[in-house]
Design a protein around this ligand. Structure first.
Ligand code: SF4
Ligand code: SF4
Length: 417
């Protein structure tokens, strides 16, 4: 095991391989507050990549309902249980050590890699989900209940929605294209690699022999085994689109299918620049801005230690202890900033799902003040600023104002259908 630096943990940790970083890293932000669980992202991924025989159960993108649901079933509960056994003193963070380069403080527990090193037999702790656990995504999580003993049936006299007595939320999940992937560390064939140009993690289908170590040791359970080809597969981050080979974007990098089709406009994707193994300071990159400057978007289970590259704006209505165990100690600050956004943050939030071209940089043109009010007991002013997103080549890809255009249908066209 080598010592590598994990900025999300604020410290060095042990990993199978020495540090080797890409020039740019594929990264995205999902705003949980806006997801309506329409599953358009799920179906657009499925119809692009996993519609063939042997891939029936493969949902590289899934949206699950928390706190009850998960795909495969109980994946995070099981992982947290394994991590809890390895950390009898708790998965503790020292938030007092927060600093620019370690925005969440320092994680003092063991990661999945360190727990395995101690046990001495694998590269990361993990488990293989059972076939039953892979049965179906969002299985009875968010649908009406059926009569007792009869599955997939409805009450003839009508049905009622499940009673989530206090709260629930939707968690959108794809492969995190981790900086220190558990799947890559686990592979005895060295069949998994991280691309130097964009950090996308791929499985070489020729080298894979289907040992399923990646399925076992990806803590997010995003590597999947295909029984008819006897090799493993995973999310490929729509790499032909990210490479810009789709004619629709005239050769510039394009968002993945799940990002580009998001109905709720909850997703924003970019490529962050890496220098000396760290995110290069780049405050005009929207992902850098939201993760490192505004700090409204947080990694999922950072304590696993893989340094995942999908970030989440946490849901504001969910009990904080639940969110802290899921997103780490940055939760309170993230929600505070999201519910009382700075002038710049409000403008950058407009960029979500606004163009199929990947936005590498943004600029803001200031507009007039349109609101002076109180939010959470504090004065808050809103400005109709304009945010402009630029593609890889520096060309304008999108332009949006904080206030949406308002159209009034003329009197003579009312009821004209
Ligand atoms: S398409 Fe967007 S809004 Fe719909 S489920 Fe997926 S992430 Fe949520
Ligand atoms: S989420 Fe899992 S499959 Fe994806 S890179 Fe990380 S460890 Fe590998």
């Amino acid at each position: 095991m080598a010592d590598v630096y994990n900025w999300q943990l604020g410290r060095e940790m042990q990993y199978r391989f020495r540090e080797a970083h890409p020039e740019r890293q594929f990264a995205a932000i999902f705003n949980i507050n806006r997801c309506i669980a329409c599953q358009t992202c799920t179906m657009s991924c499925k119809s692009t990549w996993t519609f063939s025989r042997g891939q029936e159960y493969m949902w590289w993108n899934n949206v699950e309902t928390k706190p009850y649901g998960g795909y495969p079933k109980y994946w995070d509960v099981k992982l947290l249980q394994l991590l809890a056994e390895a950390n009898p003193d708790g998965q503790v963070w020292d938030a007092a050590e927060k600093a620019d380069q370690q925005p969440y403080g320092v994680y003092q527990g063991k990661t999945i890699f360190e727990a395995a090193a101690e046990a001495g037999n694998e590269y990361a702790i993990g488990y293989l989900p059972s076939e039953e656990e892979w049965t179906g995504p969002n299985f009875y999580e968010d649908t009406a209940r059926g009569p007792e003993g009869r599955r997939n049936q409805y009450f003839e006299e009508g049905s009622e929605l499940p009673e989530h007595k206090t709260w629930f939320f939707y968690l959108q999940r794809i492969c995190n294209h981790c900086t220190y992937p558990g799947c890559l560390a686990a592979c005895p064939r060295n069949a998994i690699y991280k691309r130097p140009e964009d950090g996308i993690v791929l499985i070489d289908q020729e080298r894979c022999r289907g040992y399923r170590k990646c399925v076992e040791q990806c803590p997010y359970k995003k590597a999947m085994y295909r029984t008819n080809t006897r090799v493993s597969e995973k999310c490929v981050a729509c790499y032909p689109r990210v490479e810009g080979s789709d004619p629709l974007t005239e050769g510039v990098p394009m968002e993945t299918r799940c990002m580009a089709t998001c109905v709720g406009k909850i997703r924003l994707q970019s490529l962050v620049r890496i220098e000396d193994g760290q995110w290069a300071e780049d405050p005009q990159n929207p992902i850098y801005n939201l993760v490192r400057v505004e700090k409204v978007a947080l990694p999922l289970y950072p304590q696993f230690g893989t340094e995942p590259n999908i970030y989440y704006i946490p849901p504001r209505w969910v009990p904080r202890p639940y969110l802290r165990q899921m997103f780490g100690p940055g939760v309170d600050e993230a929600i505070e900033r999201y519910t009382h956004p700075s002038r710049e943050l409000l403008a950058v939030l407009q960029l979500f799902r606004a163009t199929q071209k990947i936005i590498f940089r943004y600029e803001i043109e200031e507009g007039e003040q349109v609101l002076d009010t109180e939010v959470n007991g504090r004065r808050w002013q809103m400005y109709n600023d304009t945010v402009i997103g630029f593609d890889r080549d520096g060309n304008e890809a999108v332009r949006l104002s904080v206030l949406e255009p308002f159209h009034v249908r003329p009197q003579q066209y009312l009821n004209s259908i």
